[in-house]
Design a protein around this ligand. Structure first.
Ligand code: DND
Ligand code: ATP
Ligand code: GLN
Length: 620
């Protein structure tokens, strides 16, 4: 029997795109004489429709689209995901179509409700071992915990989260009923190193349940924040039969393999894979996320306020790397078709370029940067910004903002009737500089219909180390999901491994906001605390969910004296609480690590709170 999975890059409510991808996948599978094809979870409307899943008309529209898709399924079994809404209750289902006939709908039993997932808000769980009938558009269908049969092979489903529920997972019941093939349509978000967990979830299951397992994930940045890696795994009795290359820039990645289900491979121990290279994974995921965000938002490119520091340099390199990777996989013509970045006259000229020359020419079309110095800026950061922009071909502007700072300062001084001083008005004088950088860079974004990249990282989001409407200005925050220590080591890796020589300058700089006069030698770590400690506290407090006292206990006896540590714990938790409102106002950010601090995604926290006052007072 030939089994296939098709990872497809869907968009919520983009019926035309979604059906085109489904059609391509079915046609490719039929050409390859595939017997059973699995498409990802909710592939008809898109997985990220959120509250639209509660709209009656959306599930009716999906059903009508399903009837169109059914006609394409000649001599093939296709499993396709859609919501089925019955009497005001929505089920998350996989529909099985066999040779243009609908055999039934399997409904998800366990809903994803942790981390970035909020499925119980939209869907109801299906009760295991039950099947019902329902009527839709004049026909009666079966829905529930169904076992299907094709060419003498029995098959049934686990829909994404179903498989993540250990002893409760449907596979235990499927095994008792003699199911030979388990199919899993998924929308399993990307997080660094998660592919390893998924590999075991699938291949170990094929061993434990002595079955064949077909797994298919969604692909791309579907709806803005979550990235899907398009993973397809086919396994049997602990043997890995097929696994694809992840995070493709294509719309459809159809992968198939011949599997003998009636005479299966012998049961084997599942091999352990080498650790995932997170630096490589990170760049594959973010570049795909940027590419999809840019084309799905119909933007013409990116604009970036480039300080020559770590965060903005990383954002610049990610755009360059996005171009490299997308062109490499799609070819220039398809890249241009998807991004609309060249005129018909320019295309033949660009076609003559290759390698770095082509990349730089395309980056010149897609990335505009500006250095916006003040009297507090250093020659080092200017050189770092200029050299990096030049080395990747980005447009680079340079102007100063002292005039605007002086003008605002003068107005306020005369209004309040006194001079502002660094001794008395430190944060105000810092913030005005960060703020007057925003209007100019926004003008460039508007002029070019481009996305303004906000350079916030997770560490500064945790403690609010950013000026609202200043350096937080932007339309997307590509790196807000990762911490500062990760960013700094990634930049060194990218210089060495990806050949970004333009990063040599930033890799020799100490992070500094450069908002205070140079003689005050500002560094982030002097203002806050050492970044590695900040990261440790953030993880202990909000990933491991420890109290301030427990965080203190965990870190005691390490690199810091008890008194310093106490101060840092107090600083961390009070800055964290005070700045929840800022995290609510960050530009949309990608989920990349095993957690993030975005209130609309992984981590919810009250905007107004007691700020751990009592708990911090008791530390010791
Ligand atoms: N709960 C709440 N809900 C809504 N709004 C709240 C609020 N609490 C304060 N606010 C408002 O927040 C304002 C203060 O916030 P904001 O103006 O952003 O300023 P603030 O958070 O006080 O200071 C910004 C910090 O970021 C650092 N920074 C700035 C720029 C760049 C960098 C860098 O790393 O490059 C670092 C800077 O050194 C300083 O420590 C208050 O004036 C008040 O209006
Ligand atoms: N001189 C500058 N020119 C242009 N943009 C600037 C300048 N200084 C700051 N910015 C903008 O403000 C953002 C915040 O500054 P911040 O210092 O946090 O980041 P960074 O300079 O990129 O990295 P680092 O913190 O490692 O120095 C920058 O990423 C950049 O977008
Ligand atoms: N769509 C889902 O059910 C996703 C949940 C699952 N735990 C995952 O992260 O892969």
């Amino acid at each position: 029997m030939k089994l296939a999975g098709a990872a497809i890059n869907q968009t919520p409510l983009d019926w035309e795109n979604n059906l085109r991808n489904i059609k391509i996948a079915i046609e490719e599978a039929r050409e390859q004489q595939v017997d059973i094809l699995c498409l990802p979870e909710m592939s008809i409307p898109g997985y990220g429709c959120e509250d639209l899943f509660l709209h009656d008309w959306v599930s009716v529209e999906c059903f009508e689209r399903l009837l169109e898709i059914k006609e394409w399924c000649v001599d093939i079994v296709v499993c396709v995901g859609l919501p089925v809404r019955l009497n005001g209750i929505t089920y998350n289902t996989a529909c099985v179509i066999s040779n243009q006939k609908i055999l039934g709908f399997t409904a998800k039993q366990f809903l994803a409700n942790d981390g970035v997932h909020y499925e119980p808000r939209w869907f109801s769980s299906w009760v295991p071992n039950t099947v019902q009938e329902f009527e839709m558009l004049g026909q009666t269908y079966a829905i529930g915990d169904i076992i299907y049969e094709h060419l003498g092979v029995t098959f049934a489903f686990e829909i994404c989260e179903d498989a993540w529920r250990n002893k409760d997972r449907p596979a235990y019941r499927h095994k008792e009923k003699g199911v030979q093939l388990i199919i899993n349509p998924s929308a399993s978000h990307f997080a660094m190193s998660k592919t390893d967990v998924r590999y075991h979830l699938v291949v170990d299951a094929s061993r434990e349940f002595a079955c064949t397992y077909l797994y298919t994930n969604l692909l791309g940045n579907e709806a803005g924040k979550m990235i899907y890696d398009g993973e397809i795994i086919i396994a049997q009795n602990g043997n890995l039969i097929h696994r694809n290359v992840l995070l493709s820039f294509k719309d459809v990645d159809m992968e198939c393999a011949e599997v003998d289900i009636l005479n299966p491979l012998p049961l084997v121990d599942v091999p352990v894979l080498p650790p995932v290279d997170e630096n490589r994974e990170f760049v594959s995921a973010v570049t795909l996320a940027l590419f999809d965000y840019m084309r799905k938002s119909r933007s013409r490119g990116f604009v970036l306020s480039l300080s020559g520091g770590a965060d903005s340099s990383l954002c610049a390199v990610l755009v360059a790397e996005m171009v490299t990777r997308a062109v490499e996989e799609l070819g220039l013509e398809e890249f241009v078709r998807k991004t609309n970045c060249l005129t018909p006259e320019e295309l033949p000229v660009f076609s003559q370029f290759s390698g770095k020359q082509l990349r730089n020419a395309l980056v010149g079309k897609l990335l505009i940067t500006a250095y916006q110095g003040t009297v507090n800026s250093s020659d080092d950061t200017f050189r770092s910004a200029e050299e990096l922009a030049k080395s990747i071909g980005a447009v680079f502007y340079n102007w100063t903002i002292d005039e605007e700072v002086t003008s605002y300062r003068g107005k306020i001084e005369s209004a309040i009737g006194r001079n502002l001083t660094w001794e008395q008005d430190d944060v105000t004088l810092q913030n005005i500089q960060a703020r007057v950088r925003a209007p100019g860079i926004w003008m460039l974004a508007n002029l070019n219909n481009s996305l303004l990249l906000a350079t916030s990282n997770r560490s500064e989001a945790s403690v609010g180390y950013a000026t609202m409407d200043g350096d937080t200005a932007g339309s997307i925050s590509p790196i807000a999901g990762v911490d500062k220590a990760f960013i700094r080591q990634w930049l060194v890796w990218a210089q060495l491994e990806l050949g970004y020589e333009g990063l040599q300058y930033v890799n020799n700089l100490q992070p500094s906001a450069e908002l205070r006069p140079l003689e005050r030698a500002q560094t982030d770590e002097k203002d806050l605390m050492p970044y590695p400690l900040l990261n440790q506290m953030e993880r202990l407090a909000f990933y491991d969910r420890l109290s301030p006292q427990q965080v203190f206990e965990k870190l005691k006896g390490g690199d810091y004296a008890d008194n310093d540590l106490k101060l840092y714990v107090q600083r961390f938790f009070s800055l964290w609480s005070r700045n929840q409102w800022k995290r609510e106002r960050y530009a949309p950010a990608f989920h990349l690590d095993d957690y993030n601090v975005d209130p609309r995604s992984w981590l919810r926290f009250p905007i107004l709170s007691g700020g751990f006052r009592q708990e911090l007072g008791q530390i010791g």
